[in-house]
Design a protein around this ligand. Structure first.
Ligand code: HEM
Length: 325
């Protein structure tokens, strides 16, 4: 069937979601039944307690009344044996539940802005990281640097918008804990109130414990998969809490491009707290589900960001493949 550029499963340059996932697989070598990215993760039970501060701007019940949630924390690599001691992407994916039914998902990562303004740029970066050995172990990183240099140079020439994000990312150490990492949703969304008035926003999940990076010398003493065990042991002494913070746009702020930050002085409103309580007893069930950033409750809508719409298709291709017998 002929596909048009308006079809959100195909990018403006003609890459389909299936082709994007093919390229991720070739670069990241996921195991057949794992997510094509964010392969290793663990699922936790949580409770959302709203602040009441956004109630007048949205009809979304899950944001305005207390609700149950599950949260999957992950290492962003496509490799199940990825090294938590190395710098890289960490994810936090939240599912608001109503009697076990998914009503809305938040999917966020430890970037401040996304490193590319279209899916092609992102896939090019995944390929460059694959070459850099970032998809391999701790010891392989230096070895991979040279091999990756040419690929990174090409990506940066084709996607100049990636420079700022990559530079700031390279200046960070790996997070010390899932509990001390800030995760941003990056795309714009829209809150809709009872009268139909629309307010564009972005969300971030801010750790109550503050942001803590790992000391590289201490990192060498940790297991390569230490992050899940770290969170499990923190939860033995009580919940770990994140504040869901909404940043509201002003006219002229770009809503279609997650690679462009909005000024930090835009209003930041706490929508509520997510208290992570314990490992989910139904972990196998939730691991099989998709956390989809476009699954939104009535009262929240997607923005005009084509990358956001494309992600839904890429995630379902990944899920189809990982759930195949
Ligand atoms: C075109 C852009 C993107 C593509 C093609 C892409 C691709 C993927 C794929 C294939 C998966 C595995 C899905 C599954 O099997 O369930 C995934 C998971 C994930 N992605 Fe993306 N991604 C993109 C952008 C982003 C952005 C902008 C963020 C952060 C805001 C992000 C954060 C995550 C997280 C946290 C997960 C793990 C979700 C979970 O735990 O189930 N991704 N991504």
């Amino acid at each position: 069937m002929a596909q048009t550029p308006q079809d959100s499963s195909v990018t403006a340059d003609g890459m389909t979601a299936a082709q994007a996932v093919d390229r991720i697989e070739a670069a990241a070598h996921p195991r057949p039944h794992d997510r094509r990215l964010h392969a290793r993760g663990a699922v936790y039970d949580a409770r959302f307690v709203p602040s009441g501060q956004i109630t007048k701007w949205t009809t979304a019940a899950c944001l305005t009344a207390e609700s149950e949630a599950v949260i999957r924390f992950s290492n962003g690599s496509g490799r199940f044996d990825a090294d938590d001691r190395a710098r890289g992407v960490r994810g936090m994916a939240v599912k608001f539940l109503d009697a076990d039914k998914s009503v809305m998902d938040l999917v966020a990562a430890n970037f401040r802005v996304f490193p590319s303004h279209n899916p092609e740029g992102f896939i090019d970066l995944v390929e460059a990281l694959g070459k850099a050995g970032a998809e391999g172990g701790f010891a392989d990183r230096a070895k991979g640097k040279l091999a990756a240099a040419g690929k990174f140079a090409t990506v940066l020439a084709q996607h100049p918008e990636s420079r700022g994000a990559l530079k700031s990312f390279a200046g960070q150490q790996a997070p010390a804990s899932f509990a001390t990492t800030r995760y941003d949703g990056l795309h714009a969304f829209v809150l809709v109130d009872e009268s139909g008035e629309r307010r564009p926003f972005r969300y971030r999940l801010v750790p109550q414990l503050g942001e803590v990076e790992i000391d590289p010398a201490y990192a060498e003493t940790l297991a390569p998969n230490f992050l899940i065990g770290d969170l499990d042991s923190r939860l033995e002494t009580g919940p770990v809490t994140f504040t869901l913070v909404y940043q509201f746009a002003e006219p002229g702020d770009p809503t279609h491009d997650p690679s462009q930050a909005w000024p930090e002085h835009r209003p930041l409103i706490p929508a509520g707290h997510l208290h992570v309580t314990a490992r989910s007893p139904r972990e196998d069930h939730w691991q099989r589900q998709v956390f989809d950033p476009t699954r939104l409750a009535p009262g929240v809508e997607p923005s005009d960001d084509a990358m956001l719409a494309f992600r839904r298709h890429a995630y379902s291709v990944s899920a189809e493949r990982r759930l195949a017998p």
